[in-house]
Structures are given as C-alpha cells and as structure tokens.
Design a protein around this ligand. Structure first.
Ligand code: CO8
Length: 261
C-alpha cells in the first residue's frame, strides 16, 4: 500500500486532513492477499487514531481497485483450515473504524474488492470501474459480506443476479442501482474523493463519528430501535462545544472544532 496525508489549502481546521491509502500490488491487480489486507487494516487504524485526520480515502491503482481476495493464496486451503482460522473474519475490522471511509473505486472491484468497497461509508466510482461478485465461478460464494451488504445496497433481485451469475456491472449501472453515489472521470476520481473528504473533515469530529454510527446502525436495528438510538446520539451532541458555538453565533467557527467536549 501507499499511504499519504492531504491537507486543505486553508489548513485552519484541526483534524481537517484526509488520509489516503492506495492499494498497490500491480502484478496481481491488487488482489487482497493476507499481507496486503494486514497492511490496509494497520493503515486504516493508524489514520483513525491520528488527530490530524478527519476522513479516510481508500483507492486502488492502475486498472484495479482490488480484483478480489488472492485466489492463488486460497486455492490449496482446506475446509478445516479456513474454518478454524475463521478466514476473512478480520476483514470486518475495516467497519470498526470510527472515522468515515470513502472508497474511490478506480477500476475492477471484484469479489473481495467489491466487498471491501461496500465496507466503506461512501462509494465513488471512477468511470472505468467494474463491480462483481464472481466467487460463484470458483465454486464458492462471497465470504466477506457480498451476499449481505449487496442486498442491503441494491435489493434482492440485483444482488441475487450478481452473486448467482458472477457477471460484472459497469460504474454507470452501479450508480443506477444505488451501489455507488457518484461516477467521476477516472483521472479526477482521487482528487474529488479527497475534496469530499475535506468537506467531511471540516465538520465537528464527534458529530461526524456519531452520524456514521447512526447511519450504519440502520442496517442492524429495527426502525424503532434505530430512531431511539439516533435521538440519543442527537441529544448527546448538545454536550459538544461545536453545537454550542453554532447556537451562539449562528455559524460554526472553523477553529471551534477542538476541543469539542
Ligand atoms: N487473485 C490473485 N491474482 C489475481 C487475481 C486474484 N483475485 N485477479 C487477478 N490476478 C492476477 C492474474 O492472475 C494475473 O497474474 P499473472 O500476470 O501472473 O498471470 C494478473 O493479476 C493480471 O490479471 P489478468 O491477466 O487476468 O488481467 P486481465 O485484465 O486480463 O483481467 C480480471 C482482469 C477480469 C480482473 C481478471 O484478472 C479476473 O477475472 N480476476 C479474478 C477476479 C475474481 O474472480 N475475483 C474474485 C476472487 S474470489 C474472492 O474474492 C473470495 C473467494 C475466494 C475463493 C477462492 C477459491 C479458490
């Protein structure tokens, strides 16, 4: 992976930076071998704990975001081995990060690559991106959330079609079915993702984290539970300094971002 930090030109906001992680394993189209995924989780956790950073961007390189889990690494594994190691369970660590993660999907996002994208909070597709869950072609099924997150994102029929046929869809189709929120010309994708990251990092860091927590909770809770959870977080934000300054001045002063509580 390649890791870099970006800051807005007017760098007046504490925590206003964006942490960019680029998957870079060109010989295997960024296939997510164990070592690459370990590096990715390590980098994501480091940005989550970095007070200069308010938002994280994960992107790929070349023609791939990630072409899946590493097929060659897995081809000889046996049931007892993958079961005992609970293979892929550590991938969920990406979803435990409290700061928002934007996936800037530049190219192939297949199998584990599509699942990694769906673990992120906002999905932006480059115009040449392609999405798919081709595991069925290998005699298995998605194992890192493909069957579960895809149906929540695009509904049953499309999720079934993608998982059962293994067919790929284009960036435009991914936009049409609601899998991604924007399609951006590939050459501008990362810049646009970082710009969006700045606009998120510019907000109060506690409210941003709680907002992410509340939206993600919707996938786990009933409507009644979710509404109650949302309201409690909403109430809690009245204890933050950001909220007080908005109330007093009408406009939040950028410098008010820290300390918040
Ligand atoms: N794992 C390991 N290596 C890969 C992977 C992968 N997922 N994808 C591509 N590569 C490698 C290729 O083997 C090739 O290596 P080499 O040059 O040494 O032969 C190199 O990347 C370039 O790939 P191609 O030459 O195939 O490039 P193309 O532009 O012709 O095609 C594709 C690009 C369409 C993306 C094609 O590479 C492809 O179909 N890749 C596999 C995609 C896929 O099936 N992904 C799902 C993986 S499965 C998964 O994520 C979880 C379940 C795993 C179960 C495994 C059971 C064995």
């Amino acid at each position: 992976i390649l890791v870099e930090t970006r800051f807005p030109e007017d760098n007046s906001v504490v925590g206003g930076g964006v942490g960019v992680i680029s998957l870079h394993r060109p010989k295997a189209l960024n296939a997510l071998c164990d070592a690459l995924f370990d590096d990715l989780i390590h980098a994501v956790r480091a940005f989550d704990g970095d007070d200069d950073i308010g938002c994280i961007v994960i992107t790929g390189s070349g023609k791939a975001f990630a072409a899946g889990a590493d097929i060659s690494e897995m081809s000889k594994r046996e049931f007892a081995d993958v079961y005992k190691k609970n293979m892929f369970s550590q991938w969920a660590d990406i979803t435990k990060v409290s700061k928002p993660i934007i996936a800037a999907i530049n190219g192939f996002a297949l199998g584990g690559g599509c699942e990694l994208a769906m673990m992120c909070d906002i999905l932006l597709a480059g115009s040449k991106a392609q999405f798919g869950q081709p595991e069925i072609n290998l005699g298995v099924i998605p194992g890192a959330g493909g069957t579960q997150r895809l149906i929540r994102a695009v509904g049953k029929s499309k999720a079934m079609e993608m998982c059962l046929t293994g067919n790929r869809i284009s960036a435009q189709e991914a936009l049409d079915i609601g899998l991604v929120s924007k399609v951006i010309e590939t050459e501008f994708l990362l810049e646009e993702a970082v710009k969006m990251g700045f606009s998120i990092a510019d907000k109060g860091s506690v409210s941003v984290r709680m907002c992410k927590e509340a939206v993600n909770a919707a996938e786990e809770m009933t409507l009644a539970e979710g509404l109650r959870f949302e309201r409690r977080l909403f109430h809690a934000l009245f204890a933050t300094k950001d909220q007080k300054e908005v109330e007093l001045k009408g406009v939040r002063l950028k410098i008010s971002k820290v300390p918040e509580v």
